[in-house]
Design a protein around this ligand. Structure first.
Ligand code: SF4
Length: 147
């Protein structure tokens, strides 16, 4: 079944998602960021410790809400300086999600990085950023400046 059909089924039946994970608060509200619709999701603790998730139009919303409350992570983007390049900076991003609590440490670490041109998409700008085990990689090519 496609995602569009899941959406119709969920809204017709009012079906609600249940998971086996415990939330940090009694009731949380969050906006799903998995697609541009931006459903408002409510998560409540059931007495048995499971989560009661409502407001999500599709299953991706339930997955997002559960992860956001138990182990929130993000892709981090930034820029680093380039020496002797056709451009003076290049964009970088974490290769994978990192824990949300590590974002500031990651941004601080990348501030001191300077790369020598040329750099290419996928080059590691900073390995194991903030001890996360995830590398920050270059997302654009920058060639050497011509004399
Ligand atoms: S719950 Fe589904 S439809 Fe709603 S914003 Fe999230 S991904 Fe989009």
């Amino acid at each position: 079944m496609g995602e569009g059909m899941e959406m119709v089924k969920a809204s017709e039946t009012g079906k609600e998602a249940e998971t086996g994970m415990r939330a940090k608060t009694e009731k949380s509200e969050l906006v799903c960021i998995r697609c541009p619709i931006g459903c408002m999701i409510t998560v409540e603790n059931n007495p048995d410790g499971t989560l009661h998730i409502t407001g999500n139009t599709c299953n991706r919303g339930a997955e997002y809400a559960e992860k956001e409350l138990t182990n929130p992570t993000r892709i981090v983007t930034s820029t680093v300086r380039i020496r002797n390049g056709k451009q003076s900076v290049v964009s970088v991003k974490t290769k994978e999600d990192i824990p949300k609590g590590k974002i500031m440490e990651c941004m601080e670490a990348i501030k001191s990085v300077e790369l020598e041109a040329p750099v290419h998409i996928g080059d590691v700008a900073l390995a194991d950023v903030a001890g996360t085990g995830v590398d920050m990689v270059v997302t654009k090519d920058v060639e050497m400046a011509t004399a």
